[in-house]
Design a protein around this ligand. Structure first.
Ligand SMILES: Nc1ncnc2c1ncn2[C@@H]1O[C@H](COP(=O)(O)OP(=O)(O)O)[C@@H](O)[C@H]1O
Ligand SMILES: [Mg+2]
Length: 405
């Protein structure tokens, strides 16, 4: 019986799915550490938890305290798990401190700190944007002189494409600098702007070996999506995995994950495909993908990737699923200011695409905007033919309108 502690600061929809899946893994007892009260979870899920400890915040000392308390109750700890990007280094620190197997703080930081990540990748000879960690405007100017505009300015530990700036020229760089006011305590990562189509490469590793992967396409790129709050966008997982465009990323993925220190579990690599067919790795998370991608991969294979992730981490095993469908998500985003007031076009989508819609979260009138690029809701479709999925997503984002007022 494996003794497992799941750390989840707050119970978002996706978090609940991961906790739920973890409690269904055989030969494991699961305790939960969270800032949210356990009573917020469905009663049936609560009954599958063997322990719960409430923490005040998600700092390392608090997580350590929660983990130790449950560890005492369990008389040992085999795994400390959590899918949220922001807590990965803390989880590593707690594992290191307690000698629990799994990713330590150093490797977790390779994934978490975008500047360290790029240095590690470049040192391993892997393609990624040129970058510099800058705490002075002079460093930024020197980088601009060497690399040219446009360039990207971002926090080293960002997530969800928040706080990212694209600077086209000296004036915009100056404005961005004045806005962020970086210094030794809050340096920024400056990167060469990569022109290319954005994708993800989501994979399972067991004991450092990449044993399975899936590729998805973002359309348009997350940066454009955050710059234009009304853009409704899509992620598609094509059914085909043998496109010649994918070859270069498949060739470097194992080396990239090994260089960063991936051991066991899901990782989420973002990468660009340039017009000339070459690739650049953008960033890698040592955690399951967000933005419904874990759900999309599940639908594309008719299996449960939430559960398979938990099982891979707990028991170091993964059964390769068969890809049976293409799947895609259209993210519904409100136009205007205020709360969701009305939604248009749903009847048309139900009539024309109802048969291939497999899951949806329809925004509710009165709902506050999410403030994230995932928007106010989503519609997921799947079909054996990729083209059918692509056409459906296009139709959804053109037809469904969410108004804020
Ligand atoms: N060097 C770059 N060149 C082009 N676009 C970039 C670059 N870095 C980031 N972006 C854009 O910004 C988005 C968010 O950046 P990313 O590094 O993935 O941060 P986050 O962790 O917030 O997702 C990316 O998905 C991409 O669209
Ligand atoms: Mg990203």
């Amino acid at each position: 019986m494996k003794k497992v502690i799941f750390v989840a600061p707050y119970f978002m929809d996706a978090t609940e799915r991961f906790i739920d899946a973890t409690t269904k893994v055989p030969d494991a007892q699961v305790g939960l550490v969270s800032c949210d009260p356990v009573t917020k979870l469905p009663a049936e899920l609560q009954s599958r938890l063997s322990a719960y400890y409430a923490v005040e915040d998600i700092s390392t000392p608090q997580i350590l305290r929660g983990v130790e308390m449950i560890g005492r109750q369990f008389d040992g700890i085999d795994r400390i798990m959590g899918m949220l990007e922001q807590i990965q280094v803390s989880l590593g620190e707690v594992r290191d401190h307690l000698g629990v197997p799994g990713m330590g703080a150093k490797a977790a930081n390779n994934f978490r700190d975008k500047s360290v990540m790029k240095s590690v990748l470049r040192e391993a000879g892997l393609p990624c944007a040129k970058h510099v960690l800058a705490d002075s405007f002079q460093t930024a100017l020197d980088f601009a002189r060497q690399t040219g505009f446009p360039m990207i300015v971002k926090p080293p530990d960002g997530a969800g494409a928040m706080g990212i700036f694209r600077c086209e020229n000296h004036k915009q760089l100056t404005e961005c600098w004045a806005h962020l006011n970086p210094g030794p305590q809050n340096p920024v990562v400056i990167e060469e702007f990569i022109v290319g189509k954005e994708h993800s490469f989501d994979s399972i590793c067991v004991n450092g070996q990449l044993i399975w992967s899936s590729i998805s396409h973002y359309s348009p790129a997350p940066l454009e999506v955050v710059r234009e709050p009304w853009i409704q966008w899509c992620v598609t997982i094509p059914r085909e995995f043998d496109s010649p465009h994918y070859k270069p990323v498949k060739q470097i993925a194992q080396a990239a994950l090994s260089a960063l220190g991936m051991q066991t579990g899901l990782s989420h690599m973002e990468w660009f495909l340039r017009a000339d067919g070459s690739v650049a790795i953008s960033e890698v998370g040592a955690r399951p993908p967000g933005a419904q991608i874990t759900t999309l991969i599940s639908y594309a294979h008719d299996f449960d990737l939430y559960r398979a992730w938990a099982e891979s981490v707990i028991h170091e095993r993964f059964q390769i699923p068969q890809r049976k469908y293409a799947a895609g998500a259209a993210y519904l985003r409100g136009m205007g200011e205020g709360r969701v007031s009305s939604i248009h076009g749903l009847e048309e989508i139900a009539r024309s695409l109802g048969e291939i819609v497999v899951e949806a979260k329809i925004p509710e009138p009165g709902q506050a905007p999410s403030g994230s690029y995932e928007g106010e809701g989503y519609i997921i479709v799947r079909h054996p033919e990729t083209q059918v999925v692509e056409n459906a997503l296009k139709k959804i984002i053109q037809t469904v309108q969410v108004e804020l007022a």
